[in-house]
Design a protein around this ligand. Structure first.
Ligand code: HAM
Length: 419
């Protein structure tokens, strides 16, 4: 028997109520803030990700699904959404439009990770990106959007972690200071951090190992080593967030696991934290588009993982709008009535009523059981006698009340009774 590949899962119909809820909130939020949809391919040139997310990151070195197509081109399944959006921005000359260009996406991303709750090999991201504007007011707006998204979902107790990691001018100086701090502790570091010391020193700050956390706790802070412009930018982001009344926690250990970030970085944590807890993350990436061969173009954005959102909606037992149910189940008694049932069901659907028609030759009792299990509001029962008088029996499935309705009135009555 085949099973879904490890780290992936099917989203069954009853689960889709959660997904629909989250996606609807995402889309209405984006429209509210002037973001437009963009869909990019599920696979890209592998180098798009390695040049931006960065060699030496877990995503590129360990987790990317890379393959050669039959033409010998090296492709990768989409590992994240920001680089493809920037690629599309350049490819379609969106820099010619009024800036910033604001785009959102919802779709799967693939990372070969060790599966556990909230961490999968295929996950789905809702993300939004604002390209072509460096103003810190946009950073604050993006953070406000992320915040409002989780509030609109009904999730309580989410918190925003915020930091600034500087730019290409001030970061090298900071990394030198950081290396100097760690040089006294090399022996105590975990093996990953020993490698990070030379390859990715910034990631030393967010190692989860207890010993490394202790050393990171006394490490110099990025925010104490920002250049003048980065310091002013970060002060403005915080001031704007305070103006908006968006609560945030400064987190000096927050550096994010992708290389393209500059200045503002932030993550959204759920109330109940765990190893794989982050509901979403984002920040500014002012050098990314230049890395891809474009002119220097700032950008800022955010992405949330839908699986983790659904997990938290369930954890908090929140009331989710149920998926729409059929208005009526069309039942028939006998083969002759079946022909009429077919026509009537088709007419009702033309009038935009959601209808399930019976199939097979089950008893009336069996058909009513079926209607009940589908959550149908009504059953339209068609028997020989009713049809000869051009009538149907309309049964309210909740109360069991029945009335005779002329066929010519059926659409109107069902429309009226649609709950
Ligand atoms: P990221 O933090 O790598 O950022 O992923 C964004 C979110 O996707 C995470 O916070 C998490 O909720 C979800 N996620 C990531 N990996 C997995 C996984 N294996 N299983 C389940 N959920 C996962 C980015 O991808 C950036 N592109 C975000 C961004 C947009 N930055 C600027 N704009």
């Amino acid at each position: 028997m085949h099973k879904a590949p490890r780290g992936t899962f099917d989203i069954l119909p009853q689960e889709h109520a959660y997904w629909k809820h989250a996606e609807e909130k995402a889309v209405s939020l984006c429209l509210l803030y002037g973001y437009q949809p963009l869909s990019t391919p599920i696979f890209e040139d592998a180098q798009l990700f390695s040049r931006t997310v960065g060699k030496g990151t877990d995503i590129i070195d360990k987790e990317m699904y890379v393959f050669q197509d039959k033409g010998g081109q090296e492709l990768a399944l989409r590992a994240e959404g920001t680089a493809p959006v920037c690629r599309a921005y350049l490819e379609h000359g969106l820099f010619n439009l009024a800036q910033p260009v604001k785009l959102y996406y919802i779709g799967p991303a693939f990372r070969y990770e060790r599966p556990q709750a909230g961490r999968y090999r295929q996950h789905h991201q809702f993300g939004f990106e604002a390209l072509g504007e460096a103003d810190p007011v946009l950073d604050a707006e993006v953070i406000e959007m992320a915040w409002r998204f989780f509030i609109s979902l009904g999730l309580s107790g989410v918190s925003i972690q915020l930091n600034s990691i500087g730019c290409k001018l001030c970061r090298p100086g900071y990394l030198e200071v950081l290396r100097r701090h760690y040089s006294g502790y090399t022996e105590r570091l975990c093996s990953d951090c020993k490698a990070r010391l030379t390859r990715k020193p910034l990631r030393l700050l967010d190692c989860k190992q207890a010993v490394c956390q202790e050393i990171a706790g006394t490490a110099p802070k990025t925010t104490d080593h920002l250049c003048h412009e980065c310091r002013l930018h970060f002060e403005s982001v915080r001031r704007y967030l305070e103006t908006l009344g968006i609560p945030f926690h400064l987190n000096h250990g927050l550096v994010r696991g992708l290389d393209y970030y500059t200045r503002t970085v932030f993550e959204v944590e759920p109330q109940e934290k765990g190893g794989q807890s982050s509901l979403g993350g984002g920040g500014r990436y002012d050098d990314l588009i230049e890395t891809l061969g474009g002119n220097s173009t700032p950008g800022v954005g955010f992405a949330a993982g839908l699986e983790r959102i659904v997990l938290n909606l369930k954890r908090e037992s929140l009331d989710i709008p149920p998926l729409p149910r059929p208005v009526a189940f069309v039942a028939y008694l006998g083969q002759e009535a079946k022909i009429d049932a077919l026509k009537i069901a088709s007419e009702l659907r033309k009038a935009e009523l959601a209808i399930i028609m019976a199939t097979g030759d089950r008893s009336l009792k069996g058909q009513m059981r079926h209607a009940n299990s589908l959550g149908s509001t009504y059953a339209v029962i068609l028997g020989k006698e009713e049809l000869s008088n051009r009538n149907a029996i309309l049964r309210d499935m909740a109360s069991g009340d029945q009335q005779t309705v002329p066929l010519t009135e059926l659409t109107r009555v069902l429309k009226q009774g649609q709950k």
